[in-house]
Design a protein around this ligand. Structure first.
Ligand SMILES: [Zn+2]
Length: 347
């Protein structure tokens, strides 16, 4: 593995930009031209200055979140929670990782591929990319017409997806995300957990611990921090793990607040929601709870075949439902969309 180079190592441009919630999509790019084999600040500055003066379409910083060199050196482009500018119509909900080179003409080095895997894994572990992301080459991004990232790098994209536990479109089912509910349900919630139980915990922290978390069903760094603050404030072991003691302290708090005059009402007991299967349902896929979700959507009145195949029809129903309910419209059944199929009012 090469070295890590934060933005301060090379850029003279202050990073602004639009904040982005954790994403489900990663696109792999190449620079499309030969470049240095190892980190080179002047080279990165030249790319950034070019992109900032692009006729008709100037950017406010380099377009990518990460730039990877042949020796495995890794450079920070934009922060992993700042909108990029490299993948048309996908920039507000994807991470862009760019390898230096023209992979139409040659293959990436193993060190380069390893470094891409390393960066995606880091961003998953730190809550910037949600578990089981879709990893695609730029040319596979809908609405984009490009050879990027070149045949040589494109050939490694499915392997990169498998190595980070991601979704390989049309390929094998990824392993369940860490913390995904297993048989008998999750005993603990911890950073990396996903699903409706995490969303419930986030709701409780917001309602009773003064936090302002996104209720997205993903236990990332922010939820971990909020959990630790809650534990510290209640004399618990501060380990970021929601086990019986932490859960019990929350239950006591709800009971106590609920007994005070004028106290906020405790949230309504959640409707029973089957555990999200831990796999993002994306067209095309089959199984992994698809039939259960289809049956629920049919019961809500949607015209949908319960055939356990998540194809165009299911994606269409999913998108319409997401629009209806004000969710992120991506046609993918992740933890939030799954949860809403049971909890959102039928209108
Ligand atoms: Zn590209």
């Amino acid at each position: 593995m090469g070295d890590w180079h934060p933005r301060d190592d090379w850029s003279d441009v202050a990073l602004g930009g639009t904040h982005m919630a954790p994403v489900d999509d990663v696109f792999v790019h190449h620079t499309g031209g030969d470049g240095p084999a190892a980190f080179d600040g002047a080279y990165l500055r030249s790319i950034e200055h070019y992109e900032m003066s692009r006729p008709g379409d100037p950017l406010d910083a380099i377009a990518y979140h990460r730039i990877i060199f042949a020796n495995g050196d890794r450079a920070e482009g934009r922060g992993p929670d700042i909108m990029g500018a490299a993948t048309y119509t996908w920039n507000d909900r994807s991470i862009a990782i760019c390898a230096v080179g023209n992979f139409q003409n040659y293959d990436p080095t193993p060190e380069c591929v390893d470094a891409i895997v390393f960066e995606i894994t880091w961003m998953i572990e730190n809550g910037f990319i949600r578990p089981a992301p879709r990893i695609r080459g730029h040319r596979d991004a809908p609405n984009n017409s490009t050879a990027c990232p070149g045949e040589g790098l494109e050939a490694h994209v499915d392997d990169i997806a498998r190595r980070v536990g991601g979704v390989v479109p049309g390929g094998a089912t990824p392993a369940p995300a860490p913390g995904a509910p297993g048989p008998g349900g999750p005993a603990l919630l911890v950073q990396g957990s996903v699903g409706p139980n995490v969303a419930t915990w986030q709701n409780l922290l917001n309602a009773f611990a003064g936090e302002a978390l996104d209720v997205d069903g993903v236990f990332g760094a922010l939820t971990d921090g909020a959990t630790r603050r809650f534990q510290a404030a209640h004399g618990l072991v501060v380990d970021g793990i929601v086990g019986p003691a932490t859960n019990g302290a929350m239950a006591d708090l709800i009971g106590f607040l609920g007994s005070l005059p004028g106290a906020p009402a405790p949230p309504a007991p959640p409707t029973w929601v089957p555990a999200w299967p831990g796999v993002y349902l994306v067209n095309p896929t089959a199984g992994n709870g698809t039939a259960q979700w289809q049956a629920q959507m049919a019961a809500r009145g949607w015209s949908i075949d319960v055939d356990d195949q998540y194809g165009r029809q299911s994606e269409g129903v999913c998108r319409s439902f997401q629009i209806d309910k004000g969710l992120d419209v991506d046609g993918v059944v992740g933890p939030v969309t799954w949860d809403a199929a049971w909890t959102a009012p039928i209108t």
